[in-house]
Ligand binder design. Structure first.
Ligand code: AMP
Length: 543
């Protein structure tokens, strides 16, 4: 028997409609490439996103066509989020940190018809436009007067003039099936061509409902939220949608991602909640510590994207009174899979014991199912000890990649994450490695993340990466590559001694390599493939 409830489709346009009606004056603040701080609100975003929708009609961009953005976090990007998806086109966020050739390949693969870009990225557009035959319109996110005049550019339209032409016109969001594609994001694959996750209106809304929950991001209309996570990668962890659902104030950092800019914006706009990858927070903490400044409004911060070093969780909590929520997810999961929030039973624990829980990547959101499998595909127990390949499923997990000419990535309906993890009896996962980064020594696995975390808890260590190096007897042995904090000294023996008593003897790295920098990928994660390449000529010390 069919239920007798209204079956309205879950569409992204309903979020902006809601935010306009109920939270119209809730602010949207953006640091801009123009250099100033711009103030808008949900009502204005609503109005201008409808202008975007009408302007796309005017260009005769059909439903389902891809409209790309090459932009920082800011109000114009937010208008495109709603204007493009709300009008049944597909928002394609491009990562400007990729190489121009990769960006051109991605635009061509997605067959984008429109590319909206920030003027900061003019050099990229100059380098790629000749290789993007499908693109019909290049739109610069600026006023007419600020249009870049470089002769190496194709014909460029000013975003402000483009949407101004639609001022005063009316627009009704189209209604369509909620499984329609809404946005896409290419994964920052380290091998082969990137692959695209193609999100739907339904997956996006369900993800937003779930992330707003108290035990997840706990977003409310009282929050002032700073997504440092970029809108160009996995939709800034869905925050632009979740904040509309909650009616929260949004504060966008634009291109200002250095410690000073982020700190000043937080203080200026009373930010209560922030989200970012560990590398960004490291820059913030490095800026604040020598000045001795504190946060006056920040209460919680979500850290994810790569393992959050325990030292960072300690620093936020103990030095600044800010709660860290460690989170895990991936492009193929929209991206959120787990968040580390304590349960009632954990409240009785000492703060040291609580910290042990907080260091894990957390427990599943409602909607995400998880299992770990051993080498022969057997399901492993959730005892917090056994580790295996982590598989996930759920309504915001990928079913297949866009234009995938190979087999679906699913195995019996489950998506293999490529991560290796334990799951404890309370459902908390701990990621020990990417499966390709696992170090196998004498038939035993060594977690590179654990080795890195210990190194990074040493006061002289700024960054650490652990990789396996071939060994004639043990197959592989761990080596830790370290960047020291400025003006500090540390020798190999001291760091190796620091591991004593923290892990088993055979897990302690065989060597320490000091370097000036560790290569980072386009999403701020350490690029171990590149690091291994750089250390090709390295051989282990003979003992
Ligand atoms: P991406 O698709 O670029 O967002 O990358 C997803 C991958 O980042 C995951 O499969 C993990 O390997 C890694 N990752 C994300 N969050 C965490 C975390 N909290 N701890 C460890 N690894 C993480």
């Amino acid at each position: 028997m069919r239920g007798l409830m209204q079956g309205d489709h879950l569409l992204i346009s309903s979020l902006i409609e809601f935010a306009n009606k109920n939270h119209g004056d809730s602010e949207i603040i953006s640091r801009r490439v123009e250099g100033d701080i711009h103030r808008s609100n949900w009502a204005t975003i609503y109005k201008r996103s409808k202008q975007v929708a009408r302007a796309l009609d005017r260009l005769q961009i059909a439903a389902g066509e891809r409209v790309a953005t090459l932009a920082w976090n800011g109000y114009r990007h937010l208008e495109l989020y709603y204007g493009v998806s709300g009008s049944e086109r597909v928002l394609h966020t491009l990562n400007p940190r990729l190489l121009p050739d990769q960006i051109a390949w991605i635009i061509d693969h997605a067959q984008d018809q429109v590319v909206c870009f920030e003027t900061t990225f003019v050099p990229i557009i100059k380098a790629i436009h000749a290789n993007c035959p499908h693109v019909k319109y290049w739109i610069a996110l600026c006023e007419e007067a600020a249009l870049p005049l470089d002769p190496g550019l194709p014909k460029v339209i000013s975003y402000e003039s483009w949407i101004k032409a639609e001022e005063g016109g009316s627009y009704t969001w189209p209604q369509f099936d909620e499984n329609t594609a809404s946005s896409m994001c290419y994964t920052s694959g380290t091998t082969g061509h990137p692959k695209a996750a193609l999100y739907s209106h339904r997956s996006t809304l369900l993800h937003a409902f779930s992330t707003c929950q108290v035990d997840v991001f706990g977003i409310s209309a009282r929050d002032s939220i700073l997504p440092v996570v970029p809108m160009f990668h996995v939709n800034a962890w869905g925050l632009p949608y979740a904040c509309a659902m909650a009616g929260a104030k949004l504060v966008f950092p634009g291109p200002g991602l250095d410690g000073k800019s982020v700190y000043e914006l937080m203080e200026l706009e009373g930010v209560t909640f922030a989200a970012g990858v560990p590398t960004v927070w490291q820059m913030l903490l490095n800026y604040m510590a020598p000045l001795g400044v504190k946060f006056s409004s920040l209460k919680r911060t979500i850290i994810g994207g790569s393992a959050c070093p325990p030292a960072m969780i300690h620093a936020f909590q103990e030095n600044y009174g800010v709660e860290v929520l460690h989170a895990w997810g991936m492009t193929e999961m929209s991206p959120l899979g787990t968040v580390c929030t304590l349960k009632n039973k954990h409240l009785k624990l000492s703060s040291e014991e609580q910290m042990k829980v907080r260091l894990k990547q957390g427990r599943a959101l409602f909607g995400v199912e998880m299992k770990i499998l051993g080498d022969s595909g057997e399901e492993l127990p959730h005892d917090g000890i056994a580790f295996g390949d982590l598989y996930v499923k759920g309504p915001w997990v990928i079913e297949n990649y866009y234009r995938n000419d190979q087999e679906s990535p699913l195995v019996k309906g489950w998506f293999p994450t490529g991560d290796v993890a334990t799951i404890d009896p309370d459902g908390f996962i701990q990621i020990t490695d990417r499966s390709k980064d696992v170090i196998k020594s004498g038939g035993e696995w060594i977690s590179s993340i654990e080795i890195e975390n210990i190194a990074m808890s040493h006061p002289s260590v700024l960054m650490a990466a652990c990789i396996g190096v071939a060994h004639p007897k043990w197959d592989e042995r761990p080596v830790v590559v370290v960047v020291l904090r400025p003006e500090t000294k540390l020798d190999k023996a001291d760091l190796l001694g620091f591991y004593e008593g923290k892990i088993a003897k055979w897990q302690v790295p065989d060597d320490v390599i000091f370097v000036d920098g560790i290569p980072l990928g386009a999403t701020g994660k350490m690029l171990k493939t590149k690091l291994r390449e750089q250390l090709k000529a390295y051989s282990l010390p003979t003992k």
